[in-house]
Design a protein around this ligand. Structure first.
Ligand code: SAH
Length: 217
């Protein structure tokens, strides 16, 4: 029992360390990290699963419900798809991107550079996946692949937002109009945007999210 407890502690500590690395480096650093150590990725995912299992509702389920209300003909890109829950829960064509394949459906790549043609998708999704510090570049990539008027869905941990209105204002500079914001869960925010055009060149200062650091339990 002691040994099991010690192992559990060690896994928890490694998860928190990996998690911190992912939130404090760029998406490219994350790609490098997991390429060098695929075992770290699996450990990260075990830890992630354990965290979200404590939540009353998984944000991805909200996105599933949203997509089911819209035409199944819409083409979706899931940035940081994890185990592909989204793709397996809807009829839509879903392009799944992540750093290591947890499922054969995953295309392995850095989300800042996905192998899709410009303006080829109707809905881009980031479900707890805006981890890298290069947010502007990552969201710029979503803008590139989205058709004009296309939808961007963001589900993020509520405590990551420092200044939500500054964040939404910055999003307009990146070519996204806010369509709806749902703050009803105390765990995560669900934001829906529509692409209004290409990003403006000027930097968007309010585009900041705090790292999501888990406490030792
Ligand atoms: N969207 C899924 C998984 C969220 S966990 C869900 O809601 O269940 C965040 C995911 O983003 C992880 O699978 C992680 O590997 C992935 N990710 C983090 N940085 C990434 C990057 N630079 N490129 C692609 N995927 C990334």
């Amino acid at each position: 029992a002691l040994r099991a407890r010690m192992e559990e502690r060690l896994l928890g500590a490694r998860f928190r360390c990996l998690n911190q690395q992912l939130y404090t480096g760029s998406s490219r650093d994350a790609a490098r990290l997991f390429r060098a150590d695929p075992a770290a990725f699996h450990l990260y995912h075990q830890g992630f699963e354990r965290q979200v299992r404590r939540w009353p509702e998984r944000p991805v389920q909200r996105i599933v419900r949203y997509l089911r209300r819209r035409p199944a003909s819409l083409v979706v890109a899931d940035f940081g798809c994890g185990d592909c829950t989204l793709a397996t829960s809807v009829k839509n064509q879903v392009h799944c991107f992540d750093l290591v394949p947890l499922s054969p459906r995953v295309t392995v790549c850095d989300m800042a550079e996905v192998p899709l043609a410009a303006e080829s998708v109707d809905v881009a999704v980031f479900c707890l996946a805006l981890m890298g510090t290069n947010l502007q570049e990552i969201l710029g990539e979503a803008n590139r692949v989205l058709r004009l008027g296309g939808t961007l869905m963001v589900a993020e941990v509520a405590s990551r937002f420092e200044d939500t209105s500054a964040f939404l204002k910055a999003m307009t500079q990146l070519g996204f109009r806010t369509v709806s914001k749902d703050f009803s869960s105390s765990y995560f925010y669900l934001l829906e945007f529509a692409k209004t055009g290409p990003p403006r060149a000027s930097p968007a200062p309010g585009l900041r999210l705090r790292p999501c650091l888990y406490k030792r339990r």
